[in-house]
Design a protein around this ligand. Structure first.
Ligand code: ATP
Ligand code: MG
Length: 246
C-alpha cells in the first residue's frame, strides 16, 4: 500500500478538497483506496459521511497518526492500494509522522509568493526527514487569467526539479463538496486536472522509495518500498475501519 500525504504549512489551501477528489478519482480508476483525516476539524470525515460512507474510498478513523493507521490496516489484514492522508496545517508531530510514512507528498499552496514563503515550516520538515524526493508542489486555486500561476512555477523551479501541478480556481470544488461529491464528478475540466494530479502523485508514490539512498531503505525494513498489486476495484468493509476511537 502506497501512502500519499496532502500537506501544507498554511490552512485553507485545499488539502481536504483535493484529498477527497483524488480518493474518488483513484477509486474510479480501479484502486482500493483508504482515506484518513488527521485534522481535528474532521472536514474530510464530514465529506465522506455526506458522500454516504462509501467503502471505496473507505475512511480510516480513530487513529491520530499515519504510522498508527498503517499498523491498524496491517493488523486487520486489509489490502488496499493507496492510503490518502489529509493533514492539518499545524501539529508538527502529526505532519512529521506523515511525511516520514508517505511515498508521495502533495505540498499544496496557493499561487502567490507569500503563500509559497508560508510553506517554509513544512519544507523544513521535509528536508529534515530527507523526503524531498517524494514532494510534488501543487498550486491550487490558480486563476488562469492571472500571471500568478506562471510566476509561482518560476519561483518553484529552484526548489524542485518536478514541474508543479496546477489546479484552477473553480466553484465546482465548493459546490460538489456540499453535496458529498467531488468536483471531477460534476465538472469535466476538474476531472481532467485531477487526473493529471493523480498521475503525477501515483508516479512519485511508486518510485520515490526506490529513488532514495540505500541506507534509508536498510533502516526501514518491512517492505515499504514494495508495490501492492492492484486487484481491480473493490471496497473495504466500512465498520472495521471508519469508527472513531477504536
Ligand atoms: N480549486 C479550488 N477552487 C475553488 N475553491 C476551492 C478550491 N480548492 C479548495 N477550495 C475551497 O477552499 C476552501 C478551503 O479548502 P479546504 O478545506 O480543502 O482547505 P484545507 O487546506 O483542507 O484547509 P484546513 O487547513 O483548514 O484543513 C474550501 O471552501 C474549498 O471549497
Ligand atoms: Mg482540511
Amino acid at each position: 500500500m502506497k501512502v500519499i500525504a496532502m500537506a501544507s504549512s498554511k490552512g485553507g489551501v485545499g488539502k481536504s478538497t483535493l484529498a477527497a477528489a483524488l480518493a474518488v478519482h483513484a477509486a474510479n480508476d480501479g484502486n482500493t483506496v483508504l482515506l484518513i483525516d488527521l485534522d481535528p476539524q474532521q472536514s474530510t470525515r464530514a465529506w465522506w459521511s455526506r458522500a454516504g460512507g462509501p467503502t471505496n474510498p473507505q475512511l480510516v478513523g480513530g487513529v491520530p497518526l499515519t504510522s498508527e493507521a498503517q499498523k491498524r490496516i496491517e493488523r486487520f489484514d486489509i489490502r488496499a492500494d493507496y492510503l490518502i492522508v489529509d493533514l492539518p496545517g499545524s501539529m508538527v508531530q502529526v505532519i512529521e509522522d506523515a511525511v516520514n510514512a508517505a511515498d508521495a507528498i502533495a505540498l499544496v499552496s496557493q499561487a502567490s509568493p507569500k503563500d509559497l514563503e508560508g510553506q517554509a515550516a513544512l519544507e523544513g520538515i521535509v528536508d529534515k526527514l530527507g523526503r524531498r524526493v517524494a514532494v510534488l508542489y501543487v498550486l491550487n486555486r490558480v486563476d488562469k487569467r492571472s500571471k500568478l500561476g506562471m510566476e509561482a512555477q518560476m519561483l518553484l523551479a529552484s526548489r524542485s526539479t518536478r514541474l508543479p501541478v496546477s489546479i484552477t480556481e473553480s466553484v465546482s470544488y465548493v459546490r460538489a463538496d456540499t453535496s458529498g461529491k467531488t468536483a471531477p464528478e460534476i465538472d469535466k475540466a476538474a476531472a481532467e486536472e485531477i487526473a493529471v494530479l493523480w498521475k503525477a502523485l501515483k508516479g512519485i508514490a511508486n518510485d520515490s522509495r526506490e529513488a532514495e539512498p540505500a541506507n534509508r531503505l536498510v533502516q526501514e525494513p518491512g517492505g515499504r518500498a514494495e508495490a501492492a498489486k492492484p486487484e481491480g476495484r473493490r471496497g473495504v468493509r466500512s465498520d472495521r475501519l471508519a469508527k472513531q476511537g477504536t
